[in-house]
Design a protein around this ligand. Sequence first.
Ligand SMILES: Cc1cc2nc3c(=O)[nH]c(=O)nc-3n(C[C@H](O)[C@H](O)[C@H](O)COP(=O)(O)OP(=O)(O)OC[C@H]3O[C@@H](n4cnc5c(N)ncnc54)[C@H](O)[C@@H]3O)c2cc1C
Length: 338
Amino acid sequence: MAERIETDVAIIGAGPAGLFAVFECGMLRMKCVVIDALEAIGGQCAALYPEKPIFDIPAHPSIEGQGLINLLEQQAAPFAPAYLLGRRVETLAKQEDGCFLLGTSAGDEILAKAVLIAAGAGAFGPIRPPLEGLESYEASGAVRYLVTKKEEFRGKRLVIAGGGDSAVDWALSLKDVASKVYFVHRRDKFRAAPETVAQLWAAAEAGQVEMVLPYQLKGLEGDGGTLTGVTVATLKGEERVLAADYLMAFFGLSTELGPIAEWGFGLDRGRIEVNQTTLETSVPGIFAVGDVAVYPGKLKLILQAFSEGAMAAHAIHPIVFPGQALHFEHSTTRGVPG
Ligand SMILES: Cc1cc2nc3c(=O)[nH]c(=O)nc-3n(C[C@H](O)[C@H](O)[C@H](O)COP(=O)(O)OP(=O)(O)OC[C@H]3O[C@@H](n4cnc5c(N)ncnc54)[C@H](O)[C@@H]3O)c2cc1C
């Protein structure tokens, strides 16, 4: 359902940069709305490497992508951000009173005093297979592009399609819970880490995964909601129907900055140029942090995005609270709500 929300700061992107910015804005008493094109928060960490350990997050010698996102969500929770997920920010218009009106693909309207763009490489969208009736199976959840809870697939029959790291990693991970895993790829070469490909072949030899090569997806069988099978075919036209409850297609994610690139900022190879000390773009009142922001010496690292969130929040404060002095306080002094 489309929402109309007024807020202090509209944050575009719920990756690590956007989530930590909620905390930093919250510490300065600024309310946030966070919008993301994906159905789940977490940006690249959750969508691309939820179970891979990250080794360069300060004070976490090792933490998995999804684990980091869970902690960031927990850290932001006292400030009760509104999350608008599964919708892309498409329009932005400056109002006469200096506020910004953002419009989303779901018809939401967000009126904000400042905008913080934490859009990474742009709105994520899965590369979808061109199959008849796909939309209805996507809507019922029988066709997936992401795995959020592995347990959901316990005892289920899965067709996993793709030839990259995600397809191989998820086949290895889900074979432990699923009753059947078919691995469909159009050739017998993979674009994945050689060690995990070797593990996949070992799992196939052990009868834990059935390799269906060289086949491509051809059709979906079922009533338009419940999936019963996936038809696959070779280039010569030989067909097989694989009995399945879910199709998981891992053909990669497409990213595009989309309409954001048209909002009048200075851009450097698709990234938004910002003032290094304030993270403000060339459009007053609009800030950018994380992978999407660029300045001399920028490193595309999560730890750098965290510090940018703190600096941007301090720079946004006078816009949200004009004329009010901001006295710097440590979190140990200020505390958090609750
Ligand atoms: C395999 C892999 C391993 C990595 N390992 C490390 C590591 O060890 N250490 C490290 O520091 N970094 C690592 N990175 C990089 C790190 O993940 C990124 O630097 C980080 O995710 C950037 O965070 P972000 O919040 O700026 O952007 P993202 O995580 O890209 O999130 C941006 C979000 O904005 C959303 N969005 C964009 N445009 C719109 C729009 N118009 N409307 C709505 N939503 C929109 C996107 O859907 C996305 O969810 C790794 C990356 C990959 C792919």
